[in-house]
Write a protein that binds this ligand. Structure first.
Ligand SMILES: Cc1ncc(COP(=O)(O)O)c(C=O)c1O
Length: 509
């Protein structure tokens, strides 16, 4: 399988042994003759009084130590990372390589515009392409993450209503299957969150939506396909109902890969869109970034986009600060430029083939469903028998009832078998959930292998559930006490404290 290494790796200080010769420099006498002794070169006030306590270890042992450490972490370069929603897909190395070009990495944000025409052209074209892909009029590349794009959009909606003398619109409607960042962004922008339920079909409950629409409606935040991987087929009707009462439709584009190149949020009636550039258009995601959460707008709302964005006057590119109603700046300089360059290269390399990203991602999801559907203990709630788009949410509720093994234990068993576990316990409307997204990057063989491991675990759960209770056992760090692991104190660099995690962490590190 794709298991990460499980070395018994000691900290580098424990590998060190003082007094042992570990390096060899050529004779320094010649050098000292020319420039003088190091003692004279370094002013006394800043010179060390004693040697630093760094490990004494040879170069080859340092390299081996860090290589072993690097193999102890699992990543998308080792095997599938099918994290639904917070997708981690393979990012082509050509994007990494070109974005790492010195011509890009050595630029300074305070350089004169005339000296950075190349990067401005890249950003300008990216703005245009993303507007075309989403069916919007204009994009701004500034927000540094998806959630930041949402917050930007929510601020724009607030200012738009205020400017029209409708500051009383303080309600943001959000379905109960939404990503947690949606209600958080809306609340941070000062809105009251109004939750609406998902119907059995897996779509927004339209009657429930109609019941909450009114004078106070500021807007609705939706993702389509939604977090269940189901396409909101009545989106045009939803848009018309929300617009009828003066509300704004906000599109959470984290799931755009489910319709990329085939359908556009702008054509469905959305007024604002954020894109998780780092998910849909290549660039690593996870560990907090750096990401990019481009925000795009239509019609009057384009006036409220953050400044600056990149303009073109027919001869040169420039930073455009001229939006009168703009909500202002949302991040330092022009956002995270490197992931944006990666997205540009990704789009350039795919060109009109971009829809294949979506087609293969959707095919992969539905192939996996075929392999897992009907397995005892596993169910696929909501939208029974419906085609999924970019991801699928399966439930282990029956397995829990039958065997006492829950979704978390299945995830730990996956890890034990050398397989990276998917997102668990999200969305909240599915009990004992696993949310799986292979994206377009995975091969058929890997998907088959993944489904096979799932089936093996379920079989084991029915045969001998006790075996699964202590998973993972084949990993460097065994089962963590999740409550304790989330405690702020455990993030302390103090290893002794970590060591007290009820045997969760090996005693020798
Ligand atoms: C549906 C959805 N919306 C919003 C976000 C927030 O994006 P980010 O993690 O870039 O802030 C995510 C997370 O990946 C997501 O899955």
């Amino acid at each position: 399988m794709w298991r990460q290494a499980n070395w018994d790796e000691k900290p580098i200080f424990k590998l060190s042994s003082y007094g042992k010769p570990t390096f060899l420099f050529s004779d320094t006498a010649e050098f000292e003759k020319e420039v003088g002794s190091a003692d004279n070169l370094i002013p006394k006030v800043i010179a060390r009084s004693e040697a630093p306590k760094i490990p004494n270890i040879s170069e080859v042992e340092v390299i081996r130590h860090f290589t072993r450490l690097s193999q102890m972490s699992y990543g998308v370069d080792l095997g599938p990372v099918p994290l639904g929603s917070c997708t981690m897909k393979y990012n082509p190395k050509v994007c990494e390589e070109l974005a790492n070009d010195e011509g890009i990495t050595d630029l300074h944000p305070y350089q004169d515009e005339s000296t950075v025409q190349g990067i401005l052209e890249i950003l300008y074209l990216l703005q245009k392409w993303l507007a075309e892909i989403t069916g919007m009029d204009e994009c701004c590349l500034q927000p540094p993450a998806g959630a930041s794009g949402e917050f930007t959009g929510a601020l724009m909606i607030r200012k738009y209503h205020l400017d029209r003398g409708e500051g009383f619109r303080n309600e943001m409607i959000i379905p109960d299957n939404a990503h947690g960042s949606n209600p958080a962004s809306a609340a941070m922008a000062g809105f009251k969150v109004v939750r609406i339920p998902t119907s059995n079909s897996g779509e927004v409950d339209l009657d429930a939506l109609k019941a909450v629409l009114g004078d106070r409606t500021a807007g609705i935040m939706l993702t389509n396909p939604n977090t269940l991987g189901i396409f909101e087929s009545r989106i045009v009707e939803i848009a018309s109902e929300v617009h009828k009462v003066g509300g704004i439709l906000y599109y959470d584009g984290a799931n755009l890969n489910g319709i990329l190149g085939i359908a556009r949020p702008g054509d469905m009636g959305f007024d604002l869109v954020h894109l998780n550039v780092h998910k849909t258009f290549s660039a690593p995601h996870g560990g907090g970034g750096p990401g990019a959460g481009v925000i795009c707008a239509k019609g009057e709302l384009t006036d409220y986009l953050p400044v600056p964005n990149v303009g073109f006057d027919g001869t040169k590119y420039f930073l455009n600060y001229s939006k009168r109603k703009s909500i202002g700046k949302i991040s330092q300089f022009y956002g995270n430029v490197i992931p944006l360059v990666k997205a540009f290269i990704y789009l350039l390399s795919l060109g009109p083939n971009i829809r294949e990203v979506c087609e293969v991602a959707v095919l992969n999801t539905n192939y996996f469903i075929k392999l897992i559907d009907g397995v005892r203990g596993v169910s696929i709630p909501y939208g029974k028998g419906r085609f999924r788009k970019h991801e699928v949410v399966i439930s282990f509720e029956d397995l829990l009832k039958d065997t006492g093994i829950n979704a978390e234990e299945v995830a730990k068993a996956l890890i034990d078998k050398g397989v990276y576990a998917p997102t668990i316990y999200f969305p909240l409307i599915v009990n004992e959930a696993h949310m799986i997204e292979f994206t377009e990057s995975e091969t058929m063989e890997n998907i088959e292998l993944y489904a096979k491991v799932y089936r093996e675990i379920v079989e084991e759960a029915y045969k001998d559930p006790a075996k699964l209770r202590n998973c993972p056992e084949n990993t460097s760090i065994t089962r963590l006490d999740l409550g304790l692991a989330n405690h702020p104190l455990t993030r302390s660099p103090d290893f002794k404290f970590l060591g007290r995690l009820k045997g969760a962490v090996r005693s020798d590190i």
